[in-house]
Design a protein around this ligand. Structure first.
Ligand SMILES: [Cu+2]
Length: 389
């Protein structure tokens, strides 16, 4: 076991070099400079050595956040798009008793990703992204997950949910690890409905998980849920110097992305978040929303909330749930881990609640369009058209 003091010191050194200290005065002044920060900051030389991190420029009001912007195009994924890009697979016939057969293609690989401006991480991925695709379906659908390993290490896909032991995706059991160059089809029924996840279950487990091998597995109830604007958020973190502690925390991988680009929502509408905690090495993560209270559905396996009118929930690794709230007043509202260290190291963002007439501008401000708006409001409806394509 690492000496916790040394681990804390290492992480503090990283904070000092890149983020400054304290989140208390983050606010409108900082956001006003967000667009400026995106354009004019040179990208530091990629490095995994924290001691070589480029110190942050001491611009007034910018001391508390990572400077610059991650290149989402080079990464091949955008945390903002990951909020809404559900993977319904393709429908390939039906079972003898008339249920749709949904097929998904997932491949493992080794990809270097940028997790904060200028900070690169040698990830192991599902479909070249972290988190992997947000697999979504309806309860009782019959699922076939065609998994191929193009990486350099053995991997598996272990789904949470009911399924036979042969489909559990654990190294050393039944089919076990899928070696580089091999493939395997996981096949089971989607059951129960809820906010689940999948992840690699090869050894050492903590390494395979923290390298990026996880994703959301959302099973909708047959009767559906009330219409809402829906987002998928995976709370994750990265041990960039492999000392058994994390240096960068985030929702959907990129630290402070939603500080730079507040998530547009409308005043009065129902907002639903599928929230999953996969953070390795830390015992507890949490989600706190400013100026609002939300209902919470633990594991998402119930139609009625399991907690009502709360503003903070906690999740251990692998726990997940569904949050629902309605923005009450226009404005920017923070959401973040109520673990200050995680927030300082990247796990902090904003919702931008606006009135209907202001929504197109709120989208444009963060580089989004009507398609994103549509996907965020029509997740469950997309399963038919996408699936039959
Ligand atoms: Cu793995």
């Amino acid at each position: 076991m690492d000496d916790p003091r040394q681990s804390a010191w290492t992480r503090r050194k990283f904070v000092g070099a890149t983020l400054g200290t304290g989140i208390g005065i983050l606010g409108s002044a900082l956001l006003g400079r967000a667009s400026q920060a995106q354009g004019d900051t040179p990208t530091p030389t990629p490095t995994h050595d924290m001691s070589e991190m480029t110190p942050m420029p001491d611009h007034a009001g910018m001391r508390e956040m990572l400077v610059g912007a991650v290149d989402h195009i080079r990464n091949g994924f955008d945390p903002m798009q990951m909020l809404v890009d559900w993977d319904y697979g393709t429908i390939n016939g039906e079972t003898e008793d008339g249920r749709p057969v949904r097929e998904y293609s997932i491949s493992a690989g080794d990809v270097e990703i940028e997790i904060a401006p200028g900070i690169f991480f040698p990830a192991w991925t599902y479909n070249a992204r972290v988190p992997g695709p947000s697999i979504r379906c309806t309860e009782n659908d019959h699922l076939r997950i065609n998994f191929a390993n193009f990486g350099t290490h053995p991997h598996t896909m272990h789904f949470h949910g009911f399924h036979p032991a042969e489909m559990d995706g654990v190294e050393g059991e039944y089919r076990g690890a899928i070696n580089p160059g091999e493939s395997f089809m996981y096949e089971f029924d989607a059951d129960p409905f809820g906010c689940h996840l999948y992840h690699c279950h090869a050894a050492p487990l903590k390494r395979h998980i923290h390298k990026g091998m996880y994703g959301a597995f959302i099973v909708d109830p047959q009767a559906g849920r009330p219409a809402a604007r829906e987002f998928m958020m995976i709370m994750n973190a990265f041990d960039t110097n492999f000392d058994g502690g994390n240096e960068v925390y985030a929702v959907n991988t990129v630290g402070h992305e939603f500080m730079r680009r507040p998530i547009p929502v409308k005043v009065g509408e129902l907002v639903r978040i599928y929230l999953i905690n996969i953070v390795e090495f830390d015992l507890i993560n949490s989600f706190h929303l400013h100026a609002h209270f939300f209902n919470y559905y633990d594991t998402g396996t119930t139609i009625e909330p399991t907690l009502r009118t709360v503003d903070t929930i906690m999740q251990a690794q692998g726990q997940r749930g569904i949050l629902e709230f309605r923005p009450r007043y226009p404005g920017r509202y923070m959401f973040h881990a109520h673990v200050s260290e995680f927030a300082e190291l990247g796990w902090m963002g904003f919702f931008n609640a606006v009135r209907d007439m202001d929504y197109p501008a709120a989208l444009a401000e963060v580089g989004l369009d009507e398609e994103w708006d549509f996907k965020s409001q029509n997740g469950p409806a997309l399963r038919v058209s996408e699936g039959n394509s």
